[in-house]
Design a protein around this ligand. Structure first.
Ligand code: ZN
Length: 293
């Protein structure tokens, strides 16, 4: 993202900014599925490591159409979290605790009594949480997470736990925009279990989150096993080792590190140097409406 860009740390592009590599390689880097993002000069995905000590604000992100119309061609933000570490009792805010109207929510926000409307979920290491655009949410303290999301920084804050910023004043809220985009249908959402879709000798693949913008999978490998795949030009893939150590086509990848596999890479092999758990993220083919825009 333009607010802070990744640098390549090895290979022929070592030291170069991801934005420069993207400009040079184009679809060979991101893949045909992301032609729409390239037209908007956006890298499609953003992955962050979050070390959350204090609660983050309660917020909501717009979808693509709203962000494009109101935020100067920004992308919307559908995101997910994978919990690497959670202290006992760690929680998140996800969705609403009860059915409510926009008017009722507006009053609760402006009168700073939003807390009874917030649905809390307990989290443990290994959990994943899918957060579609429009879902009211907050990361509370006591966790370390991988955040996988559309490459956007558009956040509408509605509640900041009564805190003030460095200047002694409360940070600004974005009440009207938040009310425009908040999905009132997300009431007490369940945190879904990972869905195992493939299992073989020393290998297990589970789908975590699937949406219009990314697919996220958890891959578990036994020590010594080798998983082969192909990047055939449709999508880049981002692999992250979250436990153990692997080698991807000669690149050493201990936990917790991520590697970007260019869409035009061709065949690759993931070798587990120990028992390993990985996150694999890639992009699905665009829906017709993404092309029309
Ligand atoms: Zn968020």
């Amino acid at each position: 993202h333009e607010d802070g860009t990744t640098r390549a740390d090895n290979g022929p592009y070592a030291g170069r900014l991801l934005t420069e590599v993207h400009a040079e390689l184009g679809l060979d880097l991101v893949g045909r599925n992301n032609a729409w993002a390239r037209e908007r000069q956006k890298f499609p995905l953003l992955i962050k490591l979050l070390d959350c000590k204090a609660p983050l604000s309660v917020q909501v992100h717009p979808g693509d159409d709203y962000a494009r119309a109101h935020e100067g061609d920004e992308l919307g933000k559908t995101e997910m979290w994978y919990v690497l570490h959670a202290e006992p009792g760690a929680e998140l805010v996800l969705g609403l605790a009860k059915d409510t109207t926009r008017e009722e929510l507006r009053r609760a926000i402006t009168e700073s009594r939003l807390e009874p409307y917030l649905h809390h979920v307990a989290i443990r290491a290994g959990d994943h949480i899918c957060v579609p655009a429009g879902t009211l949410h907050a990361i509370l303290g006591g966790s370390i997470m991988v955040e996988i999301q559309q490459n956007s920084n558009t956040t509408y804050r509605v509640y900041d736990w009564g805190r003030v910023g460095k200047d002694g004043k409360p940070r600004p809220l974005h009440v009207e925009k938040a009310l425009d985009v908040v999905d009132l249908g997300v009431v007490q959402p369940r945190v879904e279990a990972a869905q195992v879709v493939e299992e073989g000798e020393g290998f297990r693949r589970a789908v975590l989150c699937r949406n219009d913008y990314f697919m996220a999978e958890r891959i578990e490998l036994a020590a010594g096993s080798v998983l082969r795949g192909t990047c055939d030009g449709d999508t880049c893939e981002i692999w992250g080792t979250i436990d153990g150590r692997v080698e991807i086509s000669g690149l050493d990848l201990p936990a917790v590190r991520f590697a970007l596999l260019p869409a035009a890479l061709g065949d690759y092999a993931v070798r587990a140097l120990s028992r390993a758990t990985l996150l694999r993220t890639y992009t699905p083919p665009p829906r017709p409406w993404l092309n029309e825009q």
